[in-house]
Design a protein around this ligand. Structure first.
Ligand code: NAP
Length: 255
């Protein structure tokens, strides 16, 4: 296969969770531009209309699938919706995620549970439900959205750090089991990207300055900065990558 053909996703069906906004919306559009049809997940109906409109305009099929990832049953139902609408699932981008900020001593039980359910348990449940179909069809790509806090401690986000560190471990655990089925499980660890997730940091003048001072590229990431990596890890070009957590951070980790 010619090298640029190894980045093409024609004939593939991708599920992108949390694709109404931010990184998920940008990744969903990138996969469609590379040729995939996309199941665009949002928490509730109507939220992902903009992402769907853009994919439609580009000539690929986009369908909304919904579910609250804090609900234990939602991941299985979301994968069922994808199978009902498209009949297959080739690519799963586990992107939906949430963050709660509070010093550890005050961190509530409720916030802890929500963050762990949404950021970690739903990633396992979605991977398990999609993985069953991928094993049956003999191929698949799973890309988890990890974080720099898969490697570092962060500040006043203990549940988020715990969840994203566990996502890195889960990526390797699933890769070990499923590589033999021609399923690649990898992760992207984005650095500091300008989205809703980091709105509080961007608005805090001191934190914003400190963050920018440490990023060699000298700027916040734009969601579109993740598109190339997401397509690469979803495509044949990455067929011999298994259990890798790929950092895309403007140089933060090297500093
Ligand atoms: P975002 O715009 O807030 O996107 C998060 C998405 O997840 C939203 O579409 C959100 O939907 C969805 N979501 C949250 N809780 C959910 C739930 N209970 N059920 C279903 N969907 C839910 O922020 P983002 O930065 O693009 O975040 C995307 C992923 O990247 C997250 O996993 C985040 O942890 C990770 N990440 C971001 C950064 C960064 O710098 N921005 C860095 C590292 C990792 P609603 O709008 O309905 O809440």
């Amino acid at each position: 296969m010619a090298i640029l053909d190894k980045f093409k996703l024609e004939g593939k069906v991708a599920l992108v969770t949390g694709a109404a906004t931010g990184l998920g919306a940008s990744i969903a559009k990138a996969l469609s531009e590379a040729g995939a049809d996309v199941a665009v997940h949002a928490r509730t109906y109507g939220k992902a209309a903009e992402t769907i409109g853009e994919i439609d305009a580009g000539g690929r099929r986009a369908e909304e699938v919904v579910g609250d990832m804090a609900d234990k049953e939602a991941p299985r139902r979301v994968v069922e919706q994808v199978m009902d609408k498209f009949g297959r699932i080739d690519i799963l981008i586990n992107n939906a995620g949430t963050i709660r900020r509070s010093p550890a001593v005050d961190f509530s039980e409720e916030d802890w549970s929500t963050v762990i359910e949404v950021n970690l348990s739903s990633v396992f449940r979605l991977s398990q439900a999609a993985g069953r179909h991928m094993i049956a069809q003999g191929s698949g790509k799973i890309v988890n959205i990890a974080s720099l806090l898969s490697f570092q401690g962060g500040i006043t986000v203990p549940a988020y750090t715990a969840s994203k560190s566990a996502v890195a471990g889960l990526t390797k655990a699933l890769a070990n089991e499923w590589a033999k089925f021609n399923i690649n499980v990898n992760a992207i660890a984005p650095g500091y990207f300008a989205t809703n997730n980091t709105a509080a940091l961007q608005a805090d003048e001191t934190r914003n300055r400190q963050i920018l001072e440490r990023i060699p590229a000298g700027r916040w990431g734009d969601p579109d900065d993740l598109q190339g990596t997401a397509v690469f890890l979803s495509a044949a070009a990455s067929d011999y990558m298994n259990g890798h957590v790929l950092v895309v951070d403007g140089g933060w980790m090297g500093r």
